[in-house]
Design a protein around this ligand. Sequence first.
Ligand code: HEC
Length: 150
Amino acid sequence: MKSIVHSFLLAAIIAALGAGAAAADSANDIKYRKAHMKALSGHLGPIFMVLKGEAGDKSHIAAHASALANVAMMAGGLFPAGSGTGDTEALPVIWEKPGEFEEKIKALEDATAKLFGAARKGDMAKIGAAAGAVGKSCGGCHKLFRKKKN
Ligand code: HEC
């Protein structure tokens, strides 16, 4: 009898550990995703500041554009199944309409690649237009796939 109680206890402990591990994983997935989103704005924001002449130097733009394009290439991997609940503004529709979501990822990749191309050439007019298009690609996804902030 005692051993049956023990095995029940053991099973309960294992189940609790398993649930804990799963919760911790999705919390980390969300944290990881948010860190990358912040990195995107951490590179796009300075580009706009330089373009407006608020701070920095034109020579900084290419490095930020390069970083932006690199982070954008990871964006598709930041939404694993199970990372839609918890401390997140990601909407369930991301996992319900993966095709439409994928288009927004692609738009971000394309826009950031184009900005990097313009930045390497140093053509300020093209950089301005391309940075605006990157901003639109962010907003285009947020509008449909991120919870509105109240
Ligand atoms: C394909 C969709 C998509 C694209 C493109 C996208 N985002 Fe996001 N972004 C999201 C989602 C979804 C969230 C909510 C993430 C969460 O709370 O788990 C988010 C959250 C954020 C946040 C808040 C992070 C936090 O700490 O809560 C910032 C800042 C952000 N995005 C900036 C950007 C910028 C800048 C761009 C463009 C360069 C961009 N995003 C492009 C989907 C996208």
